[in-house]
Ligand binder design. Structure first.
Ligand code: PSU
Ligand code: MN
Length: 301
């Protein structure tokens, strides 16, 4: 199960050996998803939220030619500040690891590395998905294909409306990935608990989610389960406000000919800079919220 490319923190190694609950956390959100110093503060607070549930946090990144599971405070600080950190999805892993470059892992790469160590639950803010206008650009995140391959459940606040939420739900269905919303009928859209789309499934307690994960993998059905965790309504940003900012962000990306892996970081940065901090606060709240739910599911498993 453990291979030469893994470097696992002793506490996490012990937790794996003892079958203790562990929650994987990604690092692209730190390096490319949020501005410093909020990114590092949030990464530390997320780890603390996981610990409060009794689970052990495992933040994942690439350093010195290894997949690191568990980062020190100094390493979190490094990924939060350093400018030349790679955003590493699956296709970037061989190059970045072979050349011993620093890499922050996306949902896809984090899932794959978590799975190498046998970690089954992963918390993030928002997953990548099918982009708006994907019928022309074919911009579909490798997060989705990875979710059809790898047995790690993902807790997110639904799908961000920089993406086409309807097409993303269709793609998840095609790839056989169950989508469960925690505690409500409607699928959430990251900054808002609403999206206008019904959730394919609703579950109201962590134990039943854990049971569903076990059943899926017990049946030999490979891949993830997307657990959508709505942001508490008092923390929401109004969809109208966000939609205007997103439209401008998309226009700006188009104008600047932003393509490939740069698209998502460009849009996230634009939104953070143009929403007077409101979106960033919601973003932090929802990640903490997701870390807590993931910790409870990991404990129930
Ligand atoms: N969406 C967010 N915040 C993020 C990301 C997405 O709201 O930080 C990051 C995650 O790491 C996700 C990645 O896995 O962007 C997706 O990138 P792409 O669309 O290039 O696959
Ligand atoms: Mn893309």
């Amino acid at each position: 199960m453990l291979n030469n490319y893994l470097d696992i923190q002793p506490e996490i190694k012990q937790a794996i050996a003892d079958s203790k609950p562990i929650v994987a956390l990604e690092s692209t959100i730190i390096s490319h998803g949020m501005p410093w110093p909020k990114n590092v503060e949030t990464a530390l607070a997320v780890e603390e939220s996981v610990r409060k549930t009794g689970a052990i946090p495992a933040t994942i990144a690439i350093l010195h030619g290894k997949c690191k599971i568990g980062l020190s405070k100094n390493e979190l600080e490094y990924f939060g500040q350093e400018k030349n950190v790679w955003k590493v999805s699956l296709r970037d892993m061989p190059y970045v690891i072979a050349n011993k470059l620093p890499g922050a892992t996306t949902v896809a790469a984090t899932m794959r590395i978590a799975n190498m160590a046998g970690i089954k639950i992963f918390a993030t803010g928002g997953i990548g998905g099918v982009h708006r206008n994907a019928q022309h650009t074919m911009d579909i995140s490798a997060d989705l294909t990875e979710m059809s391959e790898t047995n790690v459940a993902v807790v997110s606040a639904g799908v961000k409306s920089i993406l086409d939420i309807g097409l993303t739900l269709e793609y998840l269905e095609t790839m056989g990935i169950p989508v469960v919303t925690f505690g409500q009928d409607e699928f959430p859209s990251f900054y808002s608990s609403k999206s206008g789309f019904n959730s394919p499934l609703r579950i109201d307690d962590e134990k039943s989610i854990a049971q569903m994960c076990k059943t899926k993998w017990g049946l030999g059905l490979k891949g993830s389960i997307l657990i959508a965790n709505p942001l508490p309504t008092d923390k929401e940003v109004s969809p109208e406000t966000i939609e205007i900012i997103i439209k401008n962000a998309l226009a700006e990306a188009y104008k600047n000919n932003i393509k490939g892996k740069e698209v998502t970081p460009f849009l996230l940065k634009y939104i953070a800079q143009n929403s007077k901090g409101e979106s960033l606060e919601a973003n932090i709240e929802l990640i903490l919220n997701n870390a807590t739910l993931a910790g409870k599911i990991a404990a129930a498993m």
